[in-house]
Design a binder for this molecule. Structure first.
Ligand code: SF4
Length: 449
């Protein structure tokens, strides 16, 4: 049982902090949920770069000895989730290169929507690519720019790429943090001693004691230079389309994303679900861990008791042994197990954050019924996922999204639940409680780029 939706990456940057690589390491550790397949840090001591990256979790890639090799008071880091077929070490980040202005390294959270077109043009002009990553386009565009100063070259390159990006770029003596004009992926700024830190989520700051300052704004670039306060340039007119799925599922509940705490918003989604979609039952049960906060909200709003009727095994890694047809539920049972004593004979409201392919929900319902649940009513804290994401989240193609193929009633039959209902887009927006500046393309197919 793997996550059906995966955030592709997390980025950190540390500037003017002694032992910057160690801080970057802890930042990546806090952001491990955003990418588990590869990790890397590139540090900078007096203009000389030190790079370590490899496949695996942050704790596997780095040891104390390796961190000590990453000298300097500047570092950028990355954790990666890669889609099938391109998980080689070459595609781990930071992406590093030497060019006419010296050394450069870059980390990227997001997905460039015109990557193939730009890559093809660069190849025609003689560029030799070393990876399959869209991020490498930026390195080539910077290296080939006619401009003199690196800042102008980066700006030049940014005008040639489209789509979703939170980039952190490290040069000989500066660090640049930039977010696309739509602000699809989060990127925040904090103070740490005399220096600064940027990260995909604020939970990275909390771990190292950095003090959150603000979000980097859509279309904004912040430039860090020794002896100077960070300088901000608005590279593009902002057109905010912040990913609403960060609130539903991706971000850690203790993070503050786009100015709001994720845990509190998930609870509000649960409250809205209870108002919109009430059902008589004995208890509210979350699918752990991401359904917990919404289930608490549902329980508080409805007055129906909250129970941890499903436990999660946190120590399951990937398994390459596919269960046989007879053991088809083994995959989900390795990760989730019902507490029979709690649920036997009971009518359950089961809260999950999303249904993507439908196979996991089907297994969960079947597992709960086998354990004696009298009724299973599924309530989902996101609207039906009908369209894929092209902005840095790994989703299956449209044909594989169950909500693109079936009605809610058909899905309910397929997963074997007694009832199934999703929060409405309006209910979700009431829970989030502010402007309309969110991307909701995976629910309504309205792609801004
Ligand atoms: S399409 Fe969905 S997952 Fe992708 S950025 Fe938009 S809201 Fe987020």
């Amino acid at each position: 049982m793997e996550r059906a939706l995966n955030e592709k990456c997390a980025v950190v940057g540390v500037f003017n902090v002694k032992g910057a690589a160690q801080i970057a390491y802890f930042g990546l550790f806090a952001l491990q949920h955003r990418g588990q397949e590869a990790a890397g840090i590139c540090s900078n001591k007096d203009g000389k770069f030190h790079l370590i990256k490899d496949r695996g979790l942050v704790t596997r890639v780095f040891s104390e000895k390796k961190i000590k090799k990453l000298k300097g008071d500047m570092a950028i880091g990355h954790t990666r989730y890669s889609t099938a077929g391109d998980d080689s070490i070459l595609d781990a980040q930071p992406v590093y290169a030497r060019y006419d202005l010296g050394e450069i390294a870059i980390v990227h959270n997001g997905n460039l929507t015109n990557a193939k077109e730009v890559r093809d043009q660069l190849i025609k002009r003689g560029a030799i690519f070393q990876t399959f990553m869209d991020t490498e386009n930026m390195i080539h565009l910077i290296a080939k720019s006619e401009k003199e100063r690196l800042l102008d070259r980066i700006t030049d390159a940014l005008h040639k790429v489209e789509g979703a990006y939170s980039f952190v770029i490290q040069s000989r003596n500066k660090m640049y943090a930039v977010r696309d004009r739509f602000g699809f992926r989060p990127l925040s700024l904090a103070r740490l001693g005399d220096g600064y830190m940027v990260a995909s989520e604020t939970c990275a700051f909390d771990l190292v004691g950095a003090e959150f300052i603000r979000d980097i704004q859509p279309g904004e670039m912040v430039i860090f230079e020794k002896g100077k306060a960070p300088r901000s340039i608005q590279v593009f007119e902002p057109n905010p389309h912040k990913c609403i799925f960060e609130y539903i599922y991706f971000a850690r509940p203790d993070s503050v994303v786009y100015g709001k705490n994720v845990y509190s918003l998930r609870k509000k989604m649960g409250q809205e679900l209870a108002k919109e979609l009430p059902v008589e039952a004995d208890m509210v049960v979350p699918v752990p861990d991401s359904g917990v906060a919404a289930a608490l909200g549902y329980s508080q709003e409805s007055g129906i008791p909250f129970e941890l009727g499903i436990m999660r095994n946190h120590y399951v890694g990937r398994t390459f042994i596919e269960p046989t047809q007879e053991l088809r539920n083994l995959k989900v049972k390795m990760k989730l197990s019902p507490i029979r004593e709690v649920i036997e004979g009971k009518k359950l409201i089961v809260i999950d954050d999303s249904i993507v392919r439908g196979t996991t929900s089907k297994q969960i319902v079947s597992m709960l019924k086998e354990a004696g649940a009298a009724e299973v009513h599924m309530r989902i804290s996101s609207p039906p996922t009908t369209d894929p994401c092209y902005y840095g989240v790994d989703t299956p193609e449209k044909e594989k999204l169950i909500s693109a193929r079936m009605t809610t009633e058909e899905i309910c039959d397929y997963i074997g639940a007694d009832s199934l209902a999703y929060i409405s887009i309006d209910g979700l927006m009431r829970a989030v409680g502010d402007d309309k500046n969110y991307c909701k393309a995976c629910f309504d197919g309205n792609y801004v780029v």
